[in-house]
Design a protein around this ligand. Sequence first.
Ligand SMILES: C[S@@+](CC[C@H](N)C(=O)[O-])C[C@H]1O[C@@H](n2cnc3c(N)ncnc32)[C@H](O)[C@@H]1O
Length: 244
Amino acid sequence: MTTGTTPEGTAGEQAASQWVRGMFGRIAPRYDLLNHLLSFNLDKRWRARTVGRVSPILDRPDSRVLDLCCGTGDVLLALESRARRPLLASDFCHPMLVEARRKIDARGLRSPLVESDALSLPLAEASLDLITVAFGFRNLANYQRGLEEMLRVLRPGGVAAILEFSQPTNSVFRALCGFFSTRVLPRVGGIVSGSPDAYSYLPESIRKFPGAEELAEEMRRTGFSRVEFERMTGGAVALHLGYK
Ligand SMILES: C[S@@+](CC[C@H](N)C(=O)[O-])C[C@H]1O[C@@H](n2cnc3c(N)ncnc32)[C@H](O)[C@@H]1O
């Protein structure tokens, strides 16, 4: 599997990580709008499906849950609404957390937000029952370390749920998605966000990201068991689940 994300013009993990944090910081105020617009609102369905799959854990009143790379908090909002109690969320990009805080407060919810790197979480070993990460894993500078860190903080029996872009299985649909993400998305995303580099990074990072089978294999190699995945929207997105 590729080591981690490699934005154009960066060399090494630290530079990649800094670039990612800076880029999300610049697009934070427009992130939600663009997400819904450029996915034709399908992102809401993908997140809802993820929350549905982990709902048995959320329904346990004592379960400890972290939404990793929470961004502006859409997954967290859905998780907390389902669990009906504060959960935990983290991200390393301050402006994204500011957006998340605003949305959480507006809904009268109470989850605390932690500003931290997913590759080095300020959490004790075996302290969580569930980690969700939606469209964040692909941006990590080191995938292996990201998986190891999740495994470290999960309790035995705990679950990691990784929702991420993937490669459509049908070649025609794959070509169509490729056209959309390399021709349409960078233009519309660049104009609306004012950060063209962010929306040329997006298709590039999806193209370089491992396929669903490969990610599942990497999760197994890291030590997750009962790894399974489901493809959504023809494989454009995949949800992986793995148990500690
Ligand atoms: C595409 S956004 C996804 C946000 C949210 N989960 C969602 O579903 O909309 C990716 C997020 O991952 C965060 N991120 C990327 N690398 C990270 C890292 N190493 N540690 C913590 N957060 C990271 C970014 O700051 C950004 O907010």
